[in-house]
Design a protein around this ligand. Structure first.
Ligand code: DX5
Ligand code: ZN
Length: 240
């Protein structure tokens, strides 16, 4: 199961976004995590599809978009057109229409992710994962809205529950024009307060996708932090 380390661009210098993105990729980042906030679902306002579109012109990297918005369905088309790679929406914003959202995301050619706030029970996403449309579950390890908050260790029980229910759920992607199928691994992602002092807990709980903003951008040597987090995930996986 591969480790994916995704620096959160929320902690970057937005005035130099393309250069910051390239700097993170040069430091060994696998994905770039893009925090899209609408000032309504969370009390902060950040970026939208126009920024993703601008960044896409400068990089072919996987743009892992985390939608902290009230109406995720409204943003599927604009983000797909803008060049987003993954579209992770909050279950709290889509309790009535998660099946429509995930189908539309999939049809638009993006990877489907579903996200839970710290107070939302993990059981809420089981029906989505069981539907077979979801590639990734993001367990928030802080309240969404801002970077630089303190990691909440109590959220680890949700990562463990998810991983024990779906140890290595394989999601099959049929390549229709070819006669082979590609096996993909279900991804458990964590976001908020992750860095050298907290990564071990997340890795031991079974997370394999790590989002980290302030610990990476605030480090004198971001490459060392990225590599340390990757090693923690890989070591924990080898021990299981
Ligand atoms: C918070 C965002 C995070 C944030 C993480 O709502 O979803 O991606 O940027 O930042 P750190 O790693 O500083 O907690
Ligand atoms: Zn995020």
């Amino acid at each position: 199961m591969s480790a994916k380390i995704a620096p959160s661009m929320l902690s970057s210098d937005f005035a130099n976004l393309a250069a910051e993105a390239q700097r993170m990729l040069d430091c060994g980042a696998d994905w770039l995590h893009m925090d899209i906030m609408d000032g309504h679902f969370v009390p902060n306002l950040t970026i939208g599809a126009p920024v993703i579109q601008s960044l896409r012109k400068h990089t072919s990297a996987y743009l892992d978009c985390h939608l902290m918005v009230t109406n995720p369905l409204d943003y599927v088309e604009p983000l797909a057109k803008a060049g987003a790679s993954g579209f992770t929406f909050h279950i709290e914003a889509s309790r009535d229409n998660w099946d429509r959202v995930s189908k539309k995301v999939k049809e638009s050619g993006m990877r489907v992710g579903v996200c839970l706030k710290p107070g939302t029970p993990v059981e809420e996403v089981f029906p989505l994962v069981d539907s077979g449309d979801v590639d990734l579950v993001l367990i928030m390890t802080v309240e969404p809205g801002f970077g630089g908050q303190k990691f909440m260790p109590e959220t680890m029980s949700k990562v463990k529950a998810l991983r024990s229910r779906y140890p290595s759920l394989d999601i099959e992607v049929q390549e229709t024009s070819f006669s082979f199928s590609l096996l993909e691994i279900f991804r458990a992602q964590v976001d908020g307060g992750l860095g050298p002092s907290t990564i071990q807990q997340a890795a031991d709980a079974g997370a394999n996708c790590i989002v980290a903003g302030s610990s990476v951008f605030g480090a004198p040597d971001p490459a060392a932090v990225i590599s340390l987090m990757r090693n923690s995930v890989q070591t924990a996986q080898a021990a299981h």
